[in-house]
Ligand binder design. Structure first.
Ligand code: FAD
Ligand code: AMP
Length: 478
């Protein structure tokens, strides 16, 4: 007999699993279909984020930072740690345990909330029927009141550097190296390339990042991007802008990468090469020809601002639709859609999705850059505060970077918060909370911030917007 559900979700990444839990919490009979299996062949929930994305990359970033600090950062505190060594398989093993805990946690949450897990590949047919094909090839059809497509994304391959997951790897392979490559190449200076390049650089690899664009971090505020490039270069990351990879050859466990830059044709030999040139939506065998769901010209499922597709009752969320490929964006879309299916009028504020790059220093921002606002013709006041003037940052010996607050010159409303420096992600979130409630720079400046905290840098940058900073000379007075 055909099983019937109020909601069927395809994909259990941070978009799909959150949507399924929320729908069940709202009293809807919910199933979630997931095909991903771990190395032991067991169903693993959590999608890219928990299995091969946000969490494992942050686990390795944290481990590698500790090693790097022991080598480079302890001496100034009077701590000698000369004989610190590294056990890469143990580091990778710790990461695997975290992944296992978290993916198992999602399974527990499904049980606790009454979400039915259907293991296998989901395909949307006509009339909101969904075909589920198990790993044994057996199929079943389920009927849904509403369907949420949350099939996510996967790494983009480029013909000049075909991934073999041995010498040339994608982001997934770069989380599994069993030793530190001596010379590591990274194609793409995006978030993933910079984070994974940082992991292995901290552990001792000589890292070269090849980026086709002439501009570094084009989505970030220019002042922050400039500071980032300066800092990473000082740290020893070789970032080559305007370098387009045109070919590669693997021989004897090494890869020769050919690229062109302003000086002509170049080549470098690496022990490993990470291809991190972006991600593309996963829609393979997801939609039957008569499902009626439209795609946009780039292969993303076409949705409106509320994530409704071209078929009534069918929604799509996360990396498989337009917008930033971020776990928190996917999850919030999942919640919005579950709420709307349950009859509530949920909306999502797409203007306030924070972006974070978990390098050291961290880079994070929310809202608009100074350049975007200039292009839009909005007059702004800008306040910055360097961590070099923060007592808390000095105590931690982590004084690189700054907080930048941008406010509307006419209304003082905060339009952007940009941070490069320690705990940038957490500081930007404070800005995002304020901005969601329409804070002015003056409001932030009037609040009491604990001392000594890194957050005081946000306070001072907000004060600096109108020339009222205390712990730094103001550029202008009012
Ligand atoms: P996914 O997480 O990709 O999940 C989709 C799921 O659907 C998968 O489990 C897949 O197996 C399943 N699926 C697909 N098709 C079918 C089908 N037909 N039937 C059944 N199941 C199917 N984002 C951040 O916000 N912060 C970070 O720090 C961050 N770090 C990252 C680091 C790396 C190395 C990578 C690769 C990504 C990172 N991301 C980060 C991005 C983040 O992982 C994604 O934006 C997020 O996982 C998208 O969620 P999703 O639910 O849309 O899709
Ligand atoms: P992101 O999409 O943020 O992950 O960034 C991927 C980066 O890879 C972009 O900045 C692209 O410009 C870059 N890129 C794409 N193809 C190539 C190539 N063939 N050589 C060098 N860089 C590339």
């Amino acid at each position: 007999m055909t099983q019937k559900f109020d909601v069927v979700v395809i994909g259990a990444g941070p978009g799909g699993y959150v949507a399924a839990i929320k729908a069940a919490q709202l009293g809807l009979k919910t199933a979630c279909i997931e095909k991903y299996q771990d190395k032991e062949g067991k169903a693993a929930l959590g999608g890219t984020c928990l299995n091969v994305g946000c969490i494992p990359s942050k686990a390795l970033l944290d481990s590698s930072w500790k090693y790097h600090e022991a080598h480079e950062g302890f001496a100034i505190h009077g701590i000698e740690a000369k004989s610190v060594t590294i056990d890469v398989p143990a580091m990778i093993g710790r990461k695997a345990n975290i992944v296992k805990n978290l993916t198992g946690g999602v399974a527990t949450l499904f049980k606790a909330n009454g979400v039915t897990l259907l293991e296998g590949h989901g395909k949307l047919l006509a009339n909101k029927q969904v075909e589920v094909t198990g790993s044994d090839g057996k199929t079943q059809i389920v009927e849904a009141g509403s369907v949420i497509l949350a099939s996510g994304s996967k790494p983009i391959d480029i013909p000049p550097a075909p991934v073999d997951q041995d010498v040339i790897v994608d982001s997934t392979g770069a989380l599994e190296f069993q030793s530190v490559p001596k010379k590591l190449g990274v194609i793409g200076a995006g978030v993933i390339g910079l984070e994974l390049g940082s992991v292995w650089a901290r552990l001792g690899a000589e890292v070269t990042v090849l980026e086709a664009l002439d501009k570094f971090l084009p989505a970030a505020d220019e002042q922050i991007a400039k500071e980032a490039l300066k800092t990473f270069t000082k740290q020893g990351l070789k970032i080559r802008l305007g370098a387009r990879v045109t070919g590669s050859e693997v021989k004897k466990k090494q890869v020769t990468v050919n690229f062109t830059d302003a000086e002509g044709e170049q080549k470098i030999v690496f022990d490993k090469l990470i291809v991190a040139v972006g991600r593309r939506p996963v829609t393979t065998d997801l939609l039957a020809a008569d499902s009626g769901v439209d795609m946009d010209e780039r292969g993303f499922i076409f949705v409106d601002d509320q994530c409704a597709t071209s078929v009534p009752g069918v929604y799509a969320i996360g990396d498989v639709v337009r917008g930033a490929m971020l776990a928190h964006k996917a999850s919030e879309e999942g919640i919005m859609v579950a709420e709307r299916i349950a009859g509530h009028k949920a909306q999502m504020n797409y203007d306030l999705i924070p972006s974070v790059i978990y390098t050291h220093p961290e880079i994070a921002w929310v809202g608009k850059t100074e350049q975007q606002l200039k292009t839009e013709g909005v007059a702004v006041n800008v306040g910055t505060f360097p961590f070099a003037a923060s007592g808390r940052a000095m105590a931690a010996n982590d004084t690189g970077g700054m907080v930048k607050v941008i406010a509307d010159a006419a209304t003082d409303r905060v339009l952007g918060v940009h941070v490069i420096g320690p705990s940038a992600a957490e500081l930007v979130q404070q800005g995002a909370i304020g901005m969601e409630f329409g804070t002015s720079a003056e409001d932030l400046g009037m609040m009491v911030f604990s001392h000594p905290t890194l957050s005081e840098a946000l306070h001072e940058a907000a004060l600096a917007v109108n020339g009222h900073a205390i712990h730094i000379a103001n550029r202008k007075k009012r």
